[in-house]
Ligand binder design. Structure first.
Ligand code: A3P
Length: 486
């Protein structure tokens, strides 16, 4: 890539933004946040631009301070934002080949550059949300760009100084890049009482039952975002980004929880509330007074059903599979809900989970990332199978990710028969039609442009460091997965 490619970058920038913001044309002088972007949108934009132009040197800060399309284009044209080498290769190599002490010094400088220059004896409490969010996003994007290292906000919550942050990241990065051996432990504690737990609370009753709801149930990293985007092509299916509603009794709990977890992503929350049928003034009122949104969750689904033109709501929220009682809620809240159980080979899910450092996001009792991943695969899929035993089998559909990507047409035709809807070619074009690509879900979803069948064979080349536990092997057998190393 050379300096003549600014025009290519400009064209790519416009195309990605149109896709992320679901617009045919982006107004040049309007703040992207006003157009519906949020911080996740900017992250996905940087991620995609970096994939297409690896020598592009854009920081999070650059994007955040040039928040209209016009100023972004100007910035790219005016700055020396293109270098001749990929920063990922250069910086990663410097870090990896340095001695251990030098690595720490390297990381201290790196964190100071990307996070900011807080003096170590500063009274400023960098754990305060307002002061740490922007520097965090800048650092998180730099680590992804330079090391392909995902960092999560909650990881830095307890650190008070940049020195502490640098020391923490240095160790985590060494582990991630295989420069430091992991403390090995070869056994996993699958907590049977959690897996087999029966309902622990009585689901809220409702008179307002919604009929046409489909839940996509899966362990994380099973291809659920792709499935959602494929289904969204069908004119009868309404497939919003992850709703996460079932964890709460009332909209107020959901709203307070969302605002706490994603303090700067109010646009996503606004979009979701618009999906629920609230007027802009109601949305603003509830954002200011979340505790006033005392609307039962079942009524929220009823409002979604009323406000969408489509006939079936598809709720894809992987966290519903964490507890059996959350799954059981659905039977009390909905009439004849349907369930698509999306499964993926355990080797592939475990590998993806570890690469994305999901053990830092999802709390399990396992302190090893591989064991944590295995635990999550086994626990989540077992919960769905246990739940299946308690529901009518005609409302349950088992879908293998590997079939979905290898034979999308046949697989989608099968899903259409299950849902009793007609087949549509649009189900096969997840990237061609605008369907809320932004919002919670796979951060890397835009890194693909087509359905990639080879990803369904990825497990064949994965060798895990430990043998799988008997519970996992038994479950893999039930789900008809071959385990060549077991
Ligand atoms: P990898 O990390 O192994 O690549 P989820 O959306 O449930 O978090 O699942 C993420 C997985 O879906 C990713 O796994 C990714 O490869 C896969 N995926 C996303 N888009 C895809 C596409 N277009 N074709 C095939 N697989 C895709």
């Amino acid at each position: 890539m050379n300096y003549q490619s600014h025009a290519d970058i400009e064209a790519a920038l416009i195309k990605i933004l149109e896709c992320l913001l679901c617009k045919n044309e982006i107004a040049k002088d309007v703040d992207l946040f006003t157009l519906g972007a949020d911080e996740l949108t900017l992250y996905r934009l940087l991620n995609k631009l970096h994939q297409q132009f690896p020598t592009l040197q854009l920081s999070w800060h650059d994007l955040h301070t040039n928040r209209t399309l016009a100023s972004l284009i100007n910035f790219i044209h005016s700055s020396k934002s293109l270098s001749r080498v990929s920063t990922e290769r250069a910086i990663k190599e410097q870090f990896s080949t340095a001695e251990s002490d030098a690595r720490l010094k390297f990381m201290q400088k790196y964190v100071q550059k990307e996070y900011g220059r807080l003096p170590d004896n500063s009274n400023q409490n960098i754990t305060q949300e307002a002061s740490r969010h922007q520097p965090f996003m800048n650092l998180a994007w730099a680590l992804k760009r330079d090391f392909n290292f995902p960092l999560y906000l909650q990881e830095l919550q307890t650190f008070m100084t940049t020195t502490e942050i640098a020391a923490y990241i240095c160790v985590e990065l060494e582990l991630h890049l295989g420069l430091r051996p992991r403390m090995t432990s070869t056994s996993i504690k699958i907590n049977q009482t959690e897996i087999l737990k029966r309902a622990v609370h009585t689901p809220a009753k409702t008179e307002n039952k919604v009929n046409n709801v489909v839940f996509i149930l899966s362990a994380p990293r099973s291809g659920s975002t792709l499935l959602r985007l494929m289904l969204a092509g069908h004119f009868q299916l309404f497939c919003p980004p992850e709703l996460n509603l079932l964890h709460h009794d009332q909209l107020s709990d959901w709203l307070i929880n969302r605002l706490k977890r994603f303090p700067r992503s109010t646009h996503v929350i606004q979009n979701l509330m618009a999906i629920m049928g609230f007027t802009p003034s109601e949305v603003n009122y509830f954002l200011d007074h979340p505790e006033k949104a005392t609307i039962p969750i079942a009524d929220v689904y009823a409002q979604i059903e009323k406000s969408t033109q489509k006939t079936i709501i598809v709720d894809k929220t992987p966290s519903y599979t964490k507890h059996l009682f959350t799954l059981q809620q659905t039977e009390a809240l909905f009439d004849q809900a349907q369930y698509i159980h999306l499964v993926r080979h355990p080797y592939a899910v475990i590998d993806s989970f570890v690469r994305h450092r999901f053990h830092k996001l999802i709390n399990t009792d396992q302190n090893d990332p591989y064991l944590s991943a295995e635990y999550v695969w086994t626990q989540r899929n077992q919960n769905v199978l246990t739940f299946k035993e308690q529901t009518e089998s005609k409302r349950y559909y088992l879908l293998h990710y590997e079939h979905l990507v290898a034979q999308p047409r046949e697989t989608m035709a099968g899903i259409c028969r299950f849902l009793q809807i007609s087949f549509s070619e649009n189900l096969l074009n997840p990237y061609e039609i605008c369907h809320h690509i932004s919002g919670p879900g796979d951060y890397d979803i835009l890194q693909h442009d087509t359905i990639e069948p080879l990803l369904g064979k990825k497990w064949e080349n994965i060798k895990l460091p430990y043998p799988l536990q008997p519970e996992t092997i038994a479950l893999a057998n039930i789900l008809k997965y071959q385990l060549p190393y077991h």
